[in-house]
Design a protein around this ligand. Structure first.
Ligand SMILES: Cc1ncc(COP(=O)(O)O)c(C=O)c1O
Length: 471
């Protein structure tokens, strides 16, 4: 096993039951408190789409964990250190070193965020007639696959499709289904297989190393490359360490390196486990694909040593990558998400179980059985949490996934509301407040209305659609 550099520190805090935030607060941002009456008005103005709200009108913002984390003093120091040379900046080399310390891919192509990496990758490998299997494609990944004319297929294990089914690695892929998919479609039509770690749309659920190895074996059988959508690679590694035989004593960095060693490339949003406010990258070993990707990168993102990012962003990401793989951070991170989830479950609120890494997913379909899937129970619950308590979550259900490229609409596999926890931002009392509001709303769930869509774009409609209550 590779020696653990001293900066990836472990502490003796495991002996205490209370898990404290492994940081102090140095700078604060005031939260503006609002009333239910005010929020009623904001909701009407926003067309009942929480993406349309002014963030200043939100009390606790759990819309996403993407780019919303608090940076450390060292990351802010990196912002100051950032070098803005157009080509070959020292910030780029610090970024490259930090990325390759964890993910030893030959080519690293920086992008302004994850979806830019996806767009470049699928512009190179996608196209009509191609199919891209994944455990579960995230919405931007699916949209970027489909926008090239290729087909995005989700092959998560059966347990991953049932919110209350307990499985330690619900993000795993069904390898028999993968084998059948590649065999039926023909390997020449499967340019790559994608594994999302952790599986965001499936409930922030982890993927085991054993499953990754099994997926790798199927890919090898058909000579199909394997790529990671690695946004939450560190959280996944923590679950592996906690739950998978043989990894209890492994260092997180070694688990991450092993994960990377099983793949041929990756897309990454540094807004998640980079603990940065912006950034991402595409990485791979294939020289020909990398050359095409760099040419596309220059067209839309920028020169390949900055890729749509300022030098200071590259430095912030480099530092974030070193902080995210520490045990103290990950123990706090995963435990504080579980704290919220366990309290909701105790109150009888159905949630995806086990609780995932970055978010708690309330099963709105189960909580609002009187609202049919295409009357958007997740949207109804998300709106109610904002109306009652100023809490902004995100529908992950038929609003997000129900509209197909041919314009038809069908219910999504699950109707969830995701409460995503920004990294290092909220304290336990904020989360206690969230628990209280959720309990209040859940006790009145039977009164929540159905919704209909009054305006929507043809793709990624959840960002801009407008709704109205129908009951
Ligand atoms: C699993 C996954 N993949 C890709 C993305 C896209 O990343 P970005 O928002 O940086 O474009 C996200 C963002 O939420 C994600 O969760």
């Amino acid at each position: 096993m590779i020696a653990r550099p001293s900066r990836y520190s472990q502490s003796g805090m495991e002996r205490w039951k209370t898990i404290i935030e492994p940081h102090r607060i140095k700078s604060v941002e005031p939260i503006r408190m609002t009333s239910v009456e005010e929020r009623d008005g904001f909701l009407r103005e926003a067309g009942y789409n929480l993406f349309n709200l002014h963030a200043a009108d939100v009390i606790i913002d759990l819309l996403t964990d993407s780019g919303t984390g608090a940076m450390s003093a060292e990351q802010w120091a990196g912002i100051q250190r950032g070098d803005e040379s157009y080509a070959g900046s020292p910030s780029w080399y610090r970024f490259l070193e930090a990325v390759q310390e964890l993910f030893a891919f030959k080519h690293v192509i920086p992008t302004h965020q994850g979806r830019a990496a996806e767009r470049i990758l699928f512009s190179v490998v996608g196209g009509p007639g191609h199919v891209i299997p994944s455990n579960t494609h995230f919405d931007t990944t699916r949209a970027n696959v489909e926008s090239t004319g290729a087909e995005a297929v989700d092959l998560v294990i059966e347990e991953g499709r049932h919110p209350s089914a307990i499985h330690p690695f619900k993000g795993n892929m069904d390898t028999d289904a993968l084998d059948a998919c590649i065999r039926e479609r023909g390997p020449e039509h499967v340019p790559l297989v994608m594994m999302t770690v952790t599986n965001n749309s499936g409930g922030g659920q982890p993927v085991s190393m054993a499953n990754l190895r099994a997926v790798r074996a199927v890919c090898d059988r058909y000579r199909v490359p394997l790529f990671l959508d690695a946004c939450r690679f560190a959280e996944n590694a923590w679950f592996v360490k906690q739950r998978e035989d043989g990894y209890a004593d492994a260092a997180i960095v070694d688990i991450v390196r092993e994960t990377a060693s099983l793949a041929d490339g990756m897309t990454m949003s540094a807004k998640k486990d980079g603990i940065a406010n912006i950034g991402g990258w595409l990485a791979m070993n294939d020289d020909a694909w990398a050359e095409q990707a760099r040419n596309l990168e220059i067209l839309t993102e920028g020169f390949p040593t900055y890729g749509g990012l300022a030098g200071r962003d590259l430095d912030a990401i480099a530092q974030g990558l070193r902080e995210v793989v520490t045990d103290d951070y990950l123990r706090y991170r995963i435990r504080s998400t579980a704290y919220l989830g366990e309290a909701l479950l105790e109150a009888g609120i159905p949630c995806v179980q086990p609780i995932g890494g970055h978010a708690v997913y309330i099963d709105a379909g189960a909580l609002l059985p009187h609202v049919p899937a295409l009357a958007y129970p997740g949207q109804s619950l998300a709106v109610a949490l904002y109306r009652e308590g100023g809490i902004r979550g995100c529908e992950i259900g038929s609003v997000m996934f129900g509209l197909h490229p041919d314009g038809t609409e069908a219910p999504a596999a699950m109707e969830l509301v995701r409460l995503a926890i920004p990294r290092r931002v909220y304290t336990q009392s904020h989360i206690d407040y969230v628990i209280e509001v959720c309990r209040w709303v859940a006790a009145r769930a039977g009164e929540l209305p159905a919704y209909r869509i009054v305006e929507q774009p043809p793709q990624l409609r959840h960002f801009t659609a407008r709704f109205e209550p129908t009951s």
